[in-house]
Design a protein around this ligand. Structure first.
Ligand code: 5GP
Length: 141
């Protein structure tokens, strides 16, 4: 499949679609998942137009891993979940639904069901508040 420059994450990266932005840097952007599996569910997205992990340059991969680690620490500090799941669904047969590479940082809380996708949209104001909490941890850390 060829990379589609009009996928929703490409639009968010270009500022053409809204998102609750957590981090906006040279190599990566992070924002709240619009259908969070749990409070604090954040997506980390490389700027390079890569559909999946096999399309990303090695240097960009290194940046993506380092940024994912920083975001995971900030989410942990902001939400203090009992556990955390990092996921990258690579290809449709692995459950990928948006074809611009991304990592999910998913806080896990006791008693939650474990799933790869949620079904309901979050309140945009709540996502903005969650993004602000994570940003505060990124700038303090
Ligand atoms: P994938 O299935 O590709 O691993 O994950 C795609 C994720 O993107 C899903 O968790 C879904 O909720 C999220 N998502 C889909 N559309 C949008 C959107 O327009 N904005 C944001 N912030 N997240 C989205």
């Amino acid at each position: 499949m060829a990379y589609d420059p009009d996928n929703i994450f490409a639009k968010i990266l270009r500022g053409e679609a809204d998102a609750a932005i957590v981090l906006d840097e040279k190599h990566c952007v992070a924002f709240m998942d619009v259908m969070p599996q749990s409070p604090g569910h954040t997506l980390v997205v490389p700027r390079q137009p890569a559909e999946n992990l096999f399309d990303l340059d090695a240097d960009a991969w290194t940046e993506l891993m380092a940024t994912t680690r920083r975001v995971a620490h900030a989410v942990q500090a902001a939400f203090e979940p009992a556990g955390m799941m990092l996921m990258q669904l690579n290809g449709p047969d692995a459950g990928q639904t948006v074809f611009h590479l991304h990592f999910h940082v998913v806080p896990r809380y006791p008693g939650e069901g474990l799933a790869f996708h949620a079904r309901s949209m979050a309140d945009p104001a709540e996502l903005q508040e969650h993004a602000a909490r994570i940003r505060a941890e990124l700038t303090s850390g």
